[in-house]
Design a protein around this ligand. Structure first.
Ligand code: ARG
Length: 461
């Protein structure tokens, strides 16, 4: 079988050049999208009067057989298969004879590959949305089961104010809701059909592109054939959504790694989601979380890689564009491997409320004390300064805010009611933050329902 472009060339292609040029090794995973696209193209050619009824059904049946060979693992690639498009057409022609050579009428691999790739990205967005929803659902359930368990909240990694485990975990659910929305939007902007653009200047046959779009699950048809064969914005958007999700997972992983240390001891990972050390028998390591953190690097790299590939390309199709697929495949594979593991890890991890309670000292109630002084009519700025002096005194005398003596209070210029100081509690601190978004149990119940509602919203909702 000669190469698709064999006629123009005199001798054989240099072997090393052929290997460099070939993409079958990675684009073979587009086989089902490629064959679906070709079956629709065959029908469009028949509608346009280019293929007879008989030719159209022979080609369609042949393509269905090629699909089956891929699905059952019996498709045997040959060394001349430059890419998936070449491989499918070569096998089709072996099966149905010379009529297979009519399939590519009016079409180019340039509009073909853009079509296949877009279908693949749309389908993968759906798969990722399902996995994101699953992980976020597991997190919402874990939060619901521990909604009001007090824990120290941190800023600058310093104990700041009391929050709850439910509030802490729900804070990681909302980024995932945004990630899911982002992938839905990527899917929507990918749904523009390039097929019918030919190599760059359109097709000479009266192909019904609107029918093709509907048949292949696209919402729109491209308006410029020159743009359509080179537009990879959808791939960039996919890679950006993937990198952003990767960053969210990395941040979650980093916090859980920290909370899983002996020093914090806030959580305990299940053995099924921990690994051992080959040398130190006592070790139980959070490898899956470290991989979640580490893999964000390649997700960011994949986005950067395609951005750089696209920068400065001259108009329409250039072979540089073949470099678009591997970063996209890699980002999708990375996330699809990661998301279910994180869901399992969070589902099985245990929290240790006593360890969290040990950090919940009265210094975390300093803001509450300042608020109490404000209630007594003292301007906030002055209240802030007084409580700051109390905190410094407590630290110096190795006491807590609530065990400072009357003399200590006087020395710091405390003019408030001493009873306010003695009656500071974590429970009161949490309860008074009852506005929407706050950490009181009533506010958290509302947030929990809002998160559940956000996750149950279907695409486009
Ligand atoms: N394997 C190619 C790619 O992924 C298909 C398009 C080839 N087109 C061409 N004019 N050589 O981009």
């Amino acid at each position: 079988m000669p190469k698709l472009w064999g006629g123009r060339m005199k001798g054989k292609a240099d072997q090393a050049m052929f290997a460099l040029n070939a993409s079958y090794a990675f684009d073979c995973r587009l086989y089902s999208q490629d064959i679906r696209g070709s079956i629709a193209w065959t029908q469009a050619l028949h509608q346009a009067g280019v293929l007879s009824e008989g030719e159209s059904s022979t080609i369609t049946d042949g393509l269905a057989q090629v699909l089956e060979e891929f699905q059952t693992g019996t498709f045997i690639p040959v060394s001349e298969d430059e890419d998936i498009h070449t491989a499918v057409e070569r096998r089709l022609t072996e099966l149905v004879g010379a009529v297979g050579g009519k399939l590519h009428t009016g079409r180019s691999r340039n509009d073909q590959v853009a079509t296949d790739f877009r279908i693949w990205v749309m389908e993968t967005c759906d798969g990722l949305c399902r996995q994101i929803t699953n992980l976020a659902g597991v997190m919402v359930d874990h939060a619901a089961g521990n909604l009001s368990v007090p824990m120290p909240g941190y800023t600058h990694l310093q104990p700041a104010q009391p929050v709850t485990w439910g509030a802490w975990l729900l804070a990681f659910v909302w980024p995932l809701c945004r990630d899911r929305k982002r992938f839905e939007q990527v899917r929507a902007s990918t749904a523009v059909l390039p097929l019918g653009s030919g190599a760059l200047a359109g097709t000479t046959y009266p192909i019904n592109r609107t029918w093709l779009a509907e048949t292949l699950g696209f919402k729109h048809i491209s308006q410029s054939s020159l743009d359509a064969v080179s537009d990879r914005d959808f791939a960039l958007e996919f890679l950006f959504a993937s990198a952003t999700l990767g960053i969210h997972l990395s941040k979650l992983a980093e916090s859980l790694i920290l909370f899983n240390t002996r020093e914090f001891g806030f959580i305990t990972l299940d053995d099924a989601f921990s690994t051992g050390s080959s040398l130190m028998p006592q070790k139980k390591n959070p490898d899956p979380l470290e991989l979640a953190r580490g893999k964000s690097g390649r997700l960011i790299g994949n986005l950067t890689s395609l951005l750089v590939t696209l920068k400065g390309l001259p108009s329409t199709y250039d072979k540089d564009l073949q470099e678009d697929k591997e970063p996209v495949f890699d980002s999708a594979d990375t996330l699809l491997a990661l998301l279910p593991v994180l869901a399992g890890l969070i589902h099985t991890m245990k929290i240790n409320p006593e360890a969290m309670g040990r950090i919940l000292q009265s210094e975390l109630l300093a803001t509450d004390l300042a608020d109490d002084l404000v209630e007594e009519g003292i301007p906030f700025r002055e209240a802030h300064a007084v409580v700051g002096r109390l905190a410094a005194a407590a630290e110096q005398k190795e006491k807590t805010l609530s065990t400072l003596s009357e003399t200590d209070l006087e020395a710091a210029g405390y003019r408030g009611n001493p009873a306010a100081l003695r009656s500071l509690t974590v429970e009161k601190s949490l309860a008074r933050r009852s506005n929407i978004g706050g950490v009181s149990s009533s506010a958290l119940s509302i947030q929990l329902e809002a998160a559940r509602a956000a996750l149950s919203t279907q695409r486009g909702g």
